[in-house]
Design a protein around this ligand. Sequence first.
Ligand code: PXP
Length: 260
Amino acid sequence: MKLGVNIDHIATLREARGINEPDPLEAVFIAKRAGAYQITIHLREDRRHIHDDDVLKIANSSFLPLNVETSINENIIKYLLKIAPHRITLVPEKRKELTTEGGLNIKNNSSTIQKIIDDFHKVGTEVSLFIDCNCVEQCAKLGADMVEIHTGLYANLHLMLFSNLPRTHNTINELSKLRLELQEGLNNSLIDIQEAAKIAKELKLEVAAGHGLNYNNIEPILNIEEITELNIGHSIISRAIFTGLEQAIKDMLTIINSKQ
Ligand code: PXP
């Protein structure tokens, strides 16, 4: 299982002060030293963390493959086509969201997505689509190389069941349910992920997973053999505040490698 470390939140901290540190580029070198497989960054339309110059700097300096998440925004796509990173991952974006909520709406954007896939293939960049579990077949039809299955619901249910989140101001209101219902939801969300991964593999798509994965919830995901890559950001950067980034990545890799 390969680990992509999402370093957006290093830039979130930088933007909180509006100066030039901490620099996400420094995180790239630390991630490599710690054994990460890939660097993942999200160039959002609102530029709330990663900016255009970060993408260029990281693409030019990283010894690790670079996976850039982006919406289907025309200007960002044009910019990324010039950079031609190793991979782009198309994600949905809503201006007010705290983080990417849900997968791409493939059906409503299929011709745009098709063109983006074709254009990136011409410059040698792989294309992954960040999706909910129910639209794997459409991704294969469009010629994507990879799908990344959105694990957000699974992760949220896990937090509501096994952490103190429901007792805090950040409780997830729509998941304020009886434990029995949460457990059933968690089991079902895992089955959905397993089935989507299986279909994707059968359709010859590479399969990644990501969103909300952390040190406590990745184990069942590691058991899904069709999934070969995880992209993890918030939990690693959160731990890094206390342990340092290198140790935080190594801790995640220890769990991942214990399953292989
Ligand atoms: N994968 C994708 C496609 C994402 O959009 C994100 C969030 O930016 C992640 C992985 C990482 O999610 P998290 O920060 O919750 O680990």
